[in-house]
Design a protein around this ligand. Structure first.
Ligand code: BES
Ligand code: MN
Ligand code: ZN
Length: 503
């Protein structure tokens, strides 16, 4: 692996407790409390016995007891962390447990963590760390005056491990390293999504893509207005027509397959820098959150950032169509009929259904690479959130096998998706009387909005296996999971990465 990247958090593996700083964390299962490991210092065993006896700590899942311990030779604070009854911890409970621990330390401004890692957590160490890193995400990065000194309050994590274990030290080290790459890329994605559009725009997305390409020797192309016009990206240009900044289409290529000419997997991420809705303007619909509308594109960039580091054995194409959906005397209007890159004409029945238009051109372009699979990831509809809430992305497409692989990858990383229907009836609804297609089903528009967004895309995909991930309800949150923070969640990132590893 490439060790060049410097990570914010220093993480080490140790055979015994060396540090006398920060906090000592002792994770405990309920049934372990009576039979404590002899590896624990006698004073701590005594203490646990006491708190167990007077029921101050039971070891219930996610229970925490933080106290000043102050014994000589030990870190000044002790934190008992409950793991619950079952020794077989699910990914979700590992993530939640590490997330809660991370947040507790963050609020206590503790910089160093020494954790007596129980063997039951060895296999899931990667998840544990990904959650711990995520829990430290700083949502106040743009503060200038009331800024905390360090971007991460938690700077050092030492895992104290047993010598004898089914999982070797080398394996644990690999898990730590991988979690750091993943954690750092998730932070990168969240930064892009959290920052408003005067910070993150087409130019900065392109700069990030160039940097990623240069560092990893990927092939890259970034098309601007002139090229897009020449090539015929009529959809992408129509959506961006009202904007001062140019439209862009970023194309990244990674070759990791042993067979150089293996058909690639195409990842297409929606890159709407800001979505006012256009003339069908968003009214009372939290327009201020619409800088999140490039989350799909940010996810694709985040994945490319570590494809090479993680040695993913696939060929992957990343395509990010970038536009701003604004109002001005140049903006596209409801009723305009535009001609897409594919040649289809589209009646604009709603300027707020812009994501599907820019994605459609990107899909048409992606087909030139003859991909084995097409994956679109997009904050495409609010309706996806209405259908499946803020813990599941909507999964749609034309290929149940591909969709199931992605769904399972999501399950394994607690980055979940749920299948939504895409029947012919809804696909028919996207036909127009005056053009080949319309971008919005005027008649029964309130129903199955996520499916109809995907239905529009299906006309451009053809027979290529395709899965669409609608993160409209999950990319940005006011209701974070225990290991997440408010705002960007990076939803879809772990799901896609796991899929690329497994497929
Ligand atoms: N970017 C929005 C979808 C969205 C809404 C994402 C809220 C995240 C949070 C998308 O472009 C949009 O406006 N969709 C419309 C579709 C409608 C006009 C068919 C929607 O969901 O209301
Ligand atoms: Mn919109
Ligand atoms: Zn949008």
């Amino acid at each position: 692996m490439n060790f060049a990247r410097i990570f914010c958090m220093k993480i080490s593996l140790q055979q015994r407790l060396k540090s006398k700083d920060g906090v000592l964390v002792v994770p405990l299962f309920e049934n372990q409390l009576k039979d404590l490991s002899q590896n624990l210092p006698a004073k701590i065993r005594e203490f646990i016995g006491k708190v167990h006896k007077n029921k101050a700590f039971k070891g219930a899942k996610n229970e925490m007891l933080l106290t000043y311990f102050g014994d000589k030779g030990l870190p000044p604070r002790l934190l008992l962390l409950g793991l619950g009854k079952s020794p077989a911890l699910s990914v979700k409970s590992i993530l939640n447990c590490a997330g809660m621990l991370g947040k507790k330390l963050k609020s206590g401004k503790i910089a160093e963590l020494n954790i007596l890692l129980p063997q039951e957590l060895y296999v899931g160490l990667e998840h544990f760390l990904i959650a711990l890193i995520q829990s430290q995400y700083d949502t106040g990065k743009l503060k200038k005056i009331n800024k905390s000194k360090h971007p991460h309050d938690l700077q050092k994590v030492n895992f104290i491990i047993d010598k004898i274990s089914r999982v070797s030290e080398k394996e644990l080290e690999a898990k730590i390293e991988k979690a750091q790459y993943i954690g750092s890329s998730l932070e990168f994605v969240k930064d892009l999504v959290n920052r408003p559009s005067n910070y993150v725009h087409g130019e900065s997305m392109a700069q990030n893509a160039y940097k990623i390409a240069k560092e990893n020797y990927y092939k890259i192309g970034v098309f601007g207005n002139k090229e897009l016009k020449k090539m015929g990206f009529g959809g992408l240009l129509a959506v961006n027509q009202g904007a001062h900044n140019e439209a862009k289409c970023i194309v990244l290529q990674y070759h990791g397959a042993p067979k150089k000419n293996e058909p690639p997997i195409a990842l297409i991420g929606k890159g709407i820098i800001f979505d006012t809705g256009g003339y069908n303007m968003k009214m009372n619909k939290k327009m201020d959150e619409m800088h999140q509308d490039m989350a799909g594109g940010a996810t694709v960039l985040g994945i490319f950032r570590i494809l090479k580091d993680l040695e993913i054995k696939k060929n992957v194409i990343g395509i990010i169509p970038i536009a701003e959906n604004l109002v001005s005397d140049k903006a596209y209007r409801p009723s305009d009929i535009i001609t897409m890159l594919s040649g289809h004409t589209v009646e604009i029945t709603n300027t707020d259904a812009e994501g599907r238009i820019v994605l459609a051109d990107a899909i048409t372009y992606a087909l030139e690479f003859k991909p084995q699979a097409l994956i679109t990831i997009a904050t495409l509809t609010g309706a996806a959130g209405i259908a499946v809430g803020n813990r599941y992305a909507g999964l749609l497409g034309n290929d149940p096998i591909l969709r199931n692989k992605i769904k399972n990858a999501g399950k394994e990383t607690d980055d979940r998706g749920w299948s939504l229907p895409l029947p012919k009836d809804y696909i028919e609804k996207m036909k127009s009387k005056v053009a080949d297609l319309r971008n919005y089903d005027v008649g029964s528009s309130h129903y199955a909005g996520a499916s109809k967004g995907a239905a529009f895309l299906s006309y451009f995909v053809g027979k290529t296996p395709w899965c669409h991930i609608d993160i409209g309800g999950t990319a940005f949150t006011e209701d974070p999971k225990p290991y997440q923070t408010h705002g960007a969640t990076g939803h879809g990132f772990l799901m896609l990465l796991k899929f690329l590893e497994q497929t």
